[in-house]
Design a protein around this ligand. Sequence first.
Ligand SMILES: Nc1ncnc2c1ncn2[C@@H]1O[C@H](COP(=O)(O)OP(=O)(O)OP(=O)(O)O)[C@@H](O)[C@H]1O
Length: 267
Amino acid sequence: MARSDEPIIRVRGLRNQFGEQMIHDGLDLDVRRGEILGVVGGSGTGKSVLMRSIIGLQQPTAGEITVFGEPTLGRDETETVDIRKRWGVLFQGGALFSTLTVAENVQVPLREFYPNMDPALTDQIASYKVVMTGLPPNAGPKYPAELSGGMKKRAGLARALALDPELLFLDEPTAGLDPIGAAAFDELTRSLQRTLGLTVFLITHDLDTLHAICDRVAVLADKRVIAIGTIDELIATDHPWIAEYFSGPRGRAAVQSQHAAQARTTS
Ligand SMILES: Nc1ncnc2c1ncn2[C@@H]1O[C@H](COP(=O)(O)OP(=O)(O)OP(=O)(O)O)[C@@H](O)[C@H]1O
């Protein structure tokens, strides 16, 4: 059983290698219970591979990973079923099954982990999750092809929340959304995280998301996490990539838009 002050995710000495290509080497990371941790890094630095390693979809070459205080590597699916039930994942692009309706997509994890659940209850839970993510109640019978990009993301989120997880993995949730849709999705993430007491591991390139909702940010570069902290703490480090990322033109614009949003909520 994990202690409450223990990191909810603990990664030590992670190595991931594909042939000659070394993606991670000696990567360490702690994710604290109850935080929204943003994970950033240049394209190809291995953010998705890191997430896939933590959730067991990628077998690392070396290292240790514990989630909820339980080691996850080198264990088969039946041994980790009680851990996997406690997290939800929104993959890049939503990753909905195109031949299933929204409600049926949300029911997939329920059917996988609770095959004997009463179908009426499965239906009820799915309807509740659909509404919880801000989709109209009539979205349930729709197919993914009938949804806008933002609605697809919400449907993917509803599926990720199907099992009432404690831990949520979001891989580039606002990619492809217009700025208003992205800001609305950020707000939804923050409000669900607060209401449900979630811990969120959030991969993003979206500087507005980092400023608006992340408690801390981990920076991937040079095959490991080179820095982790609040944005102010990161800016205070003198790493050139971090300085360029947060203090370049887009970083400055994100700060300005965050200040404007704060001014609107206090006026
Ligand atoms: N199964 C795999 N086999 C071989 N190479 C892989 C595999 N999975 C990922 N890679 C490689 O690992 C590297 C890191 O990929 P990853 O998708 O984690 O990057 P990322 O940081 O999430 O990038 P982006 O920001 O562009 O999404 C890439 O060069 C990718 O091609």
